[in-house]
Design a protein. Structure first.
Length: 241
């Protein structure tokens, strides 16, 4: 939609752009939604996956900076939330986002959490199966599993070696979304995102696990749209003022 606030979205570990298709379509009447496609999956399957989160954030920051012409926001789920935060840090000195929407991820820590440090393919498959982010049939089929494993390995190496580095706090509002029975992130861990910005932080808790988005699409879309529209409108007013 012409003139709509722009929202850049970052999928979870192992996820492709299509994983956020339902959310993007739900938001489309209100927001101009762009979803990142990481290397090594779907139409980029022949490219080498990136196994370093800082390097991936560097590349995504360049892509985002080339596609902004007004106030915008960033959304990320799980690993994507860490990427959204790091992309925002990189863009803040130039033209940072008006808001961050951080879903299914606890606040950053200097050392990776135990749920991120998965060493073997079996560890990754067990974790992904438990979280429900990949169709079980894909992981049971040897050929399909081999197709998705390179991206999963790279993503878990990336998030499993990521540690937060001190720097200036963000100055934009955060909206934090979390499932109340997420097996890898507690509500308290998600609420700690408030410590990383000087602006307001709103935490919204949904029933469900790590992929609560699927069961609460309408409510999640409403929360995301409200955060983006409010923050981007404020950004326009600030720029004009």
């Amino acid at each position: 939609m012409a003139g709509a606030p722009r929202l850049f979205c970052f999928p979870h570990a192992g996820g492709a752009a299509s994983s956020l298709r339902s959310l993007a379509l739900s938001l489309a009447p209100t927001l101009d939604v762009l979803v990142a496609q990481y290397p090594g999956r779907q139409d980029r399957r022949l490219e080498e996956p990136v196994d370093d989160l800082d390097r991936l954030a560097d590349a995504l920051a360049v892509e985002v900076s080339g596609q902004i012409d007004g106030p915008y926001a960033l959304f990320g789920h799980s690993m994507g939330a860490a990427l959204a935060y790091e992309v925002a840090r990189r863009l803040a000195p130039r033209r940072g986002p008006a808001a961050l929407i951080l879903s299914g991820r606890g606040a950053p820590r200097p050392e990776p959490g135990r749920h991120d440090r998965l060493r073997t393919d079996d560890d990754i498959v067990r974790a992904v199966s438990a979280l429900g982010g990949t169709t079980p049939e894909v992981l049971r089929d040897p050929e399909l599993r081999e197709m998705v494993m390179p991206a999963l390995r790279a993503d878990y190496r990336a998030i499993g070696s990521y540690g937060w580095k001190p720097g200036p706090p963000s100055t934009v509002p955060f909206t934090v979304l979390i499932g109340d029975s997420d097996p890898v992130v507690t509500v308290e861990q998600a609420q700690r995102w408030a410590e990383f910005t000087t602006a307001d932080t709103r935490t919204q808790v949904f029933s469900g696990g790590h992929f609560f988005l699927d069961a609460h699409l309408a409510e999640v879309s409403e929360a995301v749209a409200a955060a983006c529209v409010t923050a981007c409108a404020s950004g326009v007013a600030t720029a004009r003022g």
